[in-house]
Design a protein around this ligand. Structure first.
Ligand code: BES
Ligand code: ZN
Ligand code: ZN
Length: 494
């Protein structure tokens, strides 16, 4: 999509749609009588007929005088903060949908009001570009969104420049989010560990030397004693890959962040096979990896003052004659042994080795993103991720960043008293507990055993990483790229 900002007046522009943002409680008829008198009489009738008041989400299309249609977007009454930002993202998503209906290619939106800041532009452009995302790699006819050109009007040249800056930065972020969505949406037949590694290598290639990638194959992982990761991988035909991305900040810094993403490219459950229904969306089990890899794709543009590593232990989880069996005991690279009682609790096994690797990098903090448990969806539903952390400050930054980014995150406890539930009679740990209750918490406790008391946060993204149905006007069914926008906010405050 071609998006720009410029000093201009909505009423002097022509486009397929002229967009007028409108706050509840304003006098729309007065405004139209003043600015677009030819539209006013017809508008009066329609405002009445549709009981249009400008409530958020309410919108009104006034068929064009001349070439342009006028779209009035109801924004409600909130004029700042995260609620307003979400209204703008939603409105932008609606604009994309309305343009689809009206076969409109271009739009101009009036952002001359002082309430619109660069943050408003960021929110609006996010809604536009995430809303216009299409996953059609496997379709004969590749239909792009109709809306291709949007211009944002500003009060004056100075504000227009600040808008342009905001929208350019936002576009880079959106591209990363949409890349992550495509990685998740691509079927597991194509999104193999090798393919995931290739995606990481491509990012390195286009990063002007800022991002480096190292990929370890099965043998190299064996040399590093990654017994838990390789146990999950042993039933699969596709070779596992351990992907290590790194970004060294061009500006001096003492801070190092390690991001770990669960990269199970397909989770059949292994010999503890999932029922058919539960398996249908399991190409999404590498969504954590997609978040990390997607985030790395924007580091060359963002150039944060933090050194960052990205780790993905990528493998399928498949049943076969070579697969791990319930009852098997495996050894993690830190020396701990795990009794595998359910091969479907494989994420924590792959992460145990990835977190051990993370600790060796001696970072300031570790954050992992993982579609780890169905239980977190039972607890928080499909839109909210669960945060577990051993460090208050890290948790606070993540919760605030998620709020600012418009991604939902809620803290769950790492209850020490539940730790007994993951201790095995015959090994150091077992990979499931004897109870269905608190499944996300015990999974979090299991991971905690591998972070050696370093500041660490775990985001269980099983709910929002993959949308079974459209979540908002700007997030369609499928991969959502959850976490990238939060990380962008987070890294600035880290
Ligand atoms: N990948 C799943 C978790 C999941 C479920 C992600 C639904 C996205 C949507 C994970 O590997 C898994 O199967 N977890 C088991 C753990 C159980 C066996 C202790 C689960 O949640 O049922
Ligand atoms: Zn599983
Ligand atoms: Zn899984």
């Amino acid at each position: 999509m071609d998006i720009s900002a410029r000093k201009s007046l909505l009423w002097e522009e022509t486009a397929d749609i002229l967009v007028l943002p409108f706050f509840e409680g304003g006098n729309l008829i007065h405004l139209l009588e003043r600015e677009a008198p030819s539209l006013a009489p017809r508008a009066k009738e329609m405002i009445k007929a549709h009981e249009f008041t400008g409530k958020k989400g309410q919108n009104l299309v006034l068929p064009g005088a001349g070439i342009s249609n006028l779209l009035v977007l109801g924004l409600g009454s909130e004029k700042r903060g995260p609620v307003f930002a979400e209204v703008l993202r939603e409105s932008a998503g609606q604009l994309v949908q309305i343009a689809e209906r009206l076969m409109a290619k271009s739009a101009v939106i009036d952002f001359r009001d002082r309430v619109f800041t660069p943050e408003s532009v960021q929110a609006f452009v996010t809604g536009l570009e995430l809303g216009a995302y299409r996953f059609h790699d496997f379709k004969k006819e590749k239909k792009e969104a109709k809306l291709q050109e949007v211009m944002i009007t500003a009060q004056d040249g100075l504000i227009a420049r600040s808008f342009t800056k905001a929208l350019e930065r936002t576009r880079v972020i959106n591209e990363a989010v949409n890349l992550a969505r495509t990685l998740v949406n691509t079927p597991a037949k194509d999104m193999t560990p090798e393919h995931l590694a290739k995606a990481a290598l491509e990012i390195a290639k286009s990063s002007e030397g800022k991002v480096k990638v190292k990929v370890l194959n099965r043998e190299a992982c064996a040399k590093k004693n990654m017994g838990a990761f390789l146990a999950v991988a042993q039933g699969a035909e596709h070779e596992p890959k351990f992907i290590h991305l790194s970004y060294i900040s061009p500006r001096p810094t003492k801070k190092t962040l390690v991001l770990v993403g669960k990269g199970v490219t397909f989770d059949s459950g292994g010999l503890s096979l999932k029922p058919a229904d539960a398996m249908m969306s399991m190409k999404c089990d590498m969504a954590g990896a997609a978040t990390v890899i997607g985030f790395f794709s924007l580091l060359n543009s963002l150039q944060p003052r933090v050194n960052i590593h990205g780790l993905v232990a990528a493998t399928e989880n498949m049943p076969s004659g070579k697969a791990i069996r319930p009852g098997d005991i495996v050894k993690v690279s830190n020396g701990a042994t795990v009794e595998i009682l359910n091969t479907d609790a494989e994420g924590r096994l792959t992460l145990a080795d990835a977190l051990t690797y993370a600790v060796k990098l001696e970072p300031t903090a570790i954050i992992d993103f993982a579609t780890l448990t169905g239980a977190v969806i039972v607890a928080l539903g499909e839109e909210i991720s669960g945060l577990m952390t051993n460090n208050k400050a890290l948790g606070k930054n993540l919760l605030e960043s998620a709020k600012d980014a418009g991604e939902k995150l809620w803290e769950l406890p790492l209850e020490p008293h539940y730790r007994d539930l993951i201790l095995s009679d015959v090994a150091d740990y077992k990979n499931i507990t004897g109870t269905r209750y608190g499944g996300s918490l015990t999974a979090g406790l299991f991971l905690q055993e591998f972070v050696a008391d370093l500041p660490w946060a775990h985001l269980d993204i099983a709910g929002p990483a993959y949308a079974e149905k459209p979540i908002t006007s700007y997030l369609a069914k499928g991969g959502t790229g959850y976490g990238i926008r939060t990380l962008v906010e987070f890294i600035e405050k880290f």
